[in-house]
Design a protein around this ligand. Structure first.
Ligand code: PEP
Length: 251
């Protein structure tokens, strides 16, 4: 079902005590507030169980930032979707551009990860987005279409309906350079069209599509005011309650 969501991606930041303090601080700040969006925090693996046990997870969903592409077994250092689900986490960020770039994740791997996440009751927040060169050559529409169709379009409609999509232009991640609200709306509408062409208008209208890339307290209102922008995936600004809260309150 389509929802407004503001999701944080802490990346490889915070020790466990720091992360716990940040999560508790956010939990505290949200007490008594009537929110117009769901709130999610994407935390390091080792924080998952501790944070999920320390906050009101009905108010703040907990997400992992990756999962293994194997179910279980002799894969030293990997963390399975079942392990993530067992901590109380409800979401997993998959296909983030940093994982595609630095860990060479392909659509084939991501397809397996999405299937495992869904099979274990997790909601994948599936990231797509073009690099600067692709945008400059006008290829961004084709790039996101390929990323979606290669990794996701083998899913039956009822499984696809459980996903959240996050459009994150790589040139806007961590750079301070945000897509304009009009640029975000244009490509979000395109993504919704691509989903409609495969699964029909109803499912496309029910799909949550987040924007990510240097979203902050200043630009969040304009972005979420756009009809096809259902919220955001926020990196840097999710590492402080003071910066994250105004984004949550942008709805
Ligand atoms: C991200 O990592 O998904 C992201 C959008 O980062 P930032 O908000 O820092 O650009």
């Amino acid at each position: 079902m389509r929802k407004n969501i503001i999701a944080g991606n802490w990346k490889m930041n915070t020790t466990l005590p720091e992360g716990l303090a940040l999560a508790k601080g956010l939990n505290e700040a949200l007490i008594g507030k009537a929110l117009a969006c769901d709130v999610v925090i994407g935390v390091p693996f080792i924080h998952l169980a501790t944070i999920a046990g320390a906050i009101d997870t009905a108010k703040i969903g907990v997400a992992a930032q990756n999962c293994a592409d194997k179910e279980k077994g002799a894969y030293t250092g990997e963390v399975s979707a079942a392990m993530i689900a067992s901590t109380g986490a409800k979401y997993v960020i998959l296909g983030h551009s940093e994982r595609r770039q630095y860990y060479h994740e392909t659509s084939a791997t991501l397809k397996t990860k999405v299937n495992l996440a869904l099979a274990n009751g997790l909601t994948p927040i599936f990231c797509i987005g073009e690099v600067l060169e692709e945008r400059e050559k006008g290829k961004h529409f084709d790039v996101v279409d390929e990323q979606i169709s290669n990794a996701l379009f083998d899913l039956p409609a009822e499984e696809f309906a459980r996903l959240v999509i996050a459009y994150e232009p790589v040139w806007a991640i961590g750079t301070g350079r945000t897509a304009t609200a009009d640029q975000a709306q244009e490509i979000h509408a395109h993504i919704r069209q691509t989903i409609a062409a495969k699964y029909g208008d109803d499912l496309a209208a029910e799909t949550t599509i987040l924007y990510g890339g240097s979203m902050n307290a200043e630009n969040a209102k304009d972005l979420v005011a756009k009809p096809d922008v259902d919220g955001g995936l926020i990196g840097g600004a999710s590492l402080s309650v003071g910066k994250f809260l105004p984004i949550i309150e942008a709805f």
